[in-house]
Ligand binder design. Structure first.
Ligand code: GP9
Ligand code: MN
Length: 698
């Protein structure tokens, strides 16, 4: 037996199988011990178990095509070592950055911030020797002839069979991965997902291809293209509304991201089985109607496959996402941006922070935010996230907002912040324990049924947070911006929604589909009395110029594609990422045209609608030019300078903020300092749905 195995191992194919086995064991060890891949179910475990095999085997099978045995062994050994080094480099990188290495970073283009080089030694563990020990043992065994260099010739046919076997295995892996996560390859959610489903080698290869493509396109772009784009942005600039310009000057900006929240939920009451009505978002509704809130009832999301990340791109850059995939994932670590945090820092001295209870590398945020100029990013690593208080997209909203306070209170004012809530995310799973209780809708679609309860949970979470803002005094000095990032109920489910909206599912059409793309947008400015609900048509691309004008920053010279929603010159055309559009007159979706006001269908496209279609196409084309060509690297503005991403390290943020506080001493403007060097976190009150229900006698 022993001999048989030994004999088999001494064959060339046996040798590469041994190498595959070693790589497999090391990869699995790394998966479970080094990385946090967020495994949710048995299928994911299974995929994880098999994913290192196919690519390693394929790569090592190349050595089988080499005739000269010594060279073949050396090649196999080198290919093995390369994979091992790739794995280990990722382990080291992960220990420092909780993320995987991109090809961009490896090439040094993205310059690793934080000087991994200096700290690398500290990241080494003695047990790491286990990863490499066979690099010495194997040659030793070969030298001592314990493992024999086989002189047996491998027929090309046999070699090919091994490669083919590897490819087949890979297709199986890919199929299972797509089954578990649709859109894995096209939507590039995060590096962790690719590693989890396809393994380190495949992730790196895919990242390499994408990086190559991105650089190909941008190499051809020239500064002249920016001149053309600037011609467009200048011609489309809409003058600020003089009554509103600067009304929030110097105030903190607090963005509250209402995950998957659609406009139809505003003022919506869900009937339970007894016919009793339950207001889904009582708190948001109150704000929506408040005289200090400037609300919009015809505001649309404009995202595509990048979903949340596209909304962030639109809102903070006044640029669209890409027509395919996510701009954050594909270009967030490569392009030059002039985004809200950078502009407000450079023109008004704002500090900045993004808060989100999911892994920092989801949507490549940890890289993209640096290029947006975010000084701080509090991702999941800053929160106490456990099985009970989280789900696949991260920490639930209540603990998320509450646990953000110990960081928020140390930010120097004025600050620009963004809080990305996430509990109201597909699949809208029922809330557990004390948070359960809000009724489910009663359609045949489980996703729809759960949506209202998670919206209600979001509403209560936001209410608690705003109450804290009031208690801590932040509220009075801030402008609160609420927005829905995109639909929560997808088009394919909308027909089942019809009944809940008092509509007939039989006559549900493309006009209704577009109406469902409305999302909330509210600027809440304490102290203002002239808010109200505006019916202006607009989209997410319009938010940044609108916000800057409220803050008293004129955006005339900035490379923005949107327009101030309050401007008398605002052109009320809303482009969807696929070229569809809506204006106060026309709605165009999937080839059908309608009157926006009546919903009546128009059989032939009139020239005015044709003109809007043209304008939409131009706006999208400008965005593609800027993004694909990385044109903002050519942008020059006396008042602004490009962001240096290496200025930002998202580790030890709290310590950094506290040091800054101490250095500024009397001059520190953080809430913590203003509170006499005391934490304000005790001002935060949180209640479960159960308690709330009891108190309200429901
Ligand atoms: C994940 C969260 C959800 O971190 O922002 O993103 P989405 O799936 O809505 O794009
Ligand atoms: Mn989202």
């Amino acid at each position: 037996m022993k001999n048989k195995l030994g004999g088999w191992l001494n064959g060339r194919i046996g040798f590469i199988f041994l190498l595959v086995l070693l790589l497999w064991m090391k990869a699995l060890f790394a998966y479970f011990v080094e990385f946090d891949l967020g495994l949710d179910n048995a299928l994911q475990y299974f995929i994880l178990l098999i994913n290192p095999l196919a690519s390693s085997l394929l790569i090592l099978s190349f050595s089988l095509y080499i005739r000269r045995e010594k060279l073949a062994y050396i090649t196999a050994f080198v290919l093995y070592a390369i994979q091992l080094i790739l794995l280990f480099a990722n382990i080291m990188y992960y220990r420092e950055f909780t993320d995987f290495l991109t090809v961009n970073t490896m090439l040094g283009v993205g310059k690793v911030s934080g000087g991994l080089g200096e700290s690398a030694l500290q990241l080494l563990h003695l047990s790491d020797l286990l990863y490499f020990i066979d690099l010495f043992i194997l040659p030793f065994l070969l030298w001592k002839k314990k493992l024999q260099v086989s002189t047996q010739r491998i027929r090309a046919r046999k070699a090919f069979a091994v490669s083919l076997g590897a490819l087949l295995l890979f297709s199986g892996n890919l199929f299972l991965a797509e089954t578990s996560r649709t859109g894995l390859l096209t939507r590039n959610f995060s590096r962790s997902y690719l590693v989890k489903y396809l393994g380190m080698n495949v992730y790196t290869a895919l990242d390499g291809i994408q990086t190559y493509n991105t650089y190909q396109v941008r190499a051809e772009a020239s500064p002249n293209e920016l001149v053309e784009v600037q011609g467009y942005t200048r011609a489309h600039f809409a003058e600020p509304n003089s009554e509103l310009f600067g009304i929030a000057k110097g105030k903190n900006v607090i963005y509250i991201h209402l995950e998957s929240t659609q406009q139809f939920v505003i003022d919506y009451k869900l009937k339970d089985e007894n016919g009793e009505e339950h207001e889904v978002m009582p708190f948001i509704n109150q704000l929506y109607h408040d005289k200090s809130t400037f609300s919009f009832e015809n505001f649309f999301h404009q995202v595509s496959a990048g979903k949340t990340s596209d909304a962030e791109t639109l809102l903070e850059n006044s640029l669209f996402g890409l027509s395919q995939g996510s701009l954050f994932s594909q270009m967030g670590d490569k392009n030059t941006f002039y985004a809200a945090p950078a502009i407000l820092n450079q023109t008004q001295g704002y500090s900045s922070a993004a808060f989100h209870g999911n892994a920092g590398n989801f949507w490549n945020r940890n890289e993209t935010y640096k290029r947006f100029g975010y000084q701080n990013f509090f991702d999941a690593s800053y929160y106490d996230v456990n099985e009970d208080n989280s789900f696949q997209y991260g920490l639930h909203d209540k603990p998320f907002f509450q646990q953000s306070v110990p960081y928020l209170e140390h930010l120097q004012q004025p600050f620009y912040t963004k809080f990305i809530a996430v509990s109201n995310h597909y699949p809208y799973a029922p809330l557990k324990n004390d948070e359960a209780g809000f009724p489910m809708a009663a359609t045949e679609d489980k996703t729809i049924n759960g949506y209202f309860a998670t919206e209600n949970y979001l509403d209560r979470s936001v209410e608690e947070f705003v109450n804290y803002l009031k208690a801590s005094g932040l509220y009075e000095n801030s402008i609160l911006v609420f927005y829905g990032d995109h639909y929560g109920i997808s088009e394919s489910r909308n027909q089942s929604m019809a009944g809940l909206l008092g509509k007939d599912s039989q006559s549900w059409n493309n006009y209704d589909q577009i109406q469902m793309q409305k999302v909330p947008l509210m600027f809440h400015i304490p102290g203002q009395e002239n808010g109200g609900i505006r019916s202006t048509y607009g989209g997410q691309v319009d938010v940044l110029p609108t916000l800057l004008h409220l803050l008293g920053v004129n955006s005339q010279e900035y490379p923005f594609l949107g327009q101030d929603l309050f401007s008398a010159q605002h052109n009320q055309m809303v482009a969807f990422r696929n070229g569809d559009f809506i204006s106060p007159e026309y709605t165009y979706h999937r080839g059908s045209l309608y009157h926006t006001q009546t919903g009546g269908i128009i059989s032939e496209m009139p020239s005015e609608a044709e003109a809007v279609k043209e304008q939409v196409a131009t706006q999208l084309a400008m965005s593609n030019k800027i993004n694909n060509g990385d044109l903002l690297r050519f942008y020059n503005n006396e008042g602004l300078h490009p962001v240096d991403p290496t200025d930002f390290v998202y580790k030890n943020s709290l310590e950094r903020l506290e040091t800054e506080e101490r250095n500024l001493a009397e001059k520190s403007t953080s809430v913590y300092s203003r509170n006499g060097g005391q934490t304000t976190k005790d001002l935060y009150e949180s209640k479960s749905y159960k308690t709330y229900e009891l108190e309200n006698g429901q």
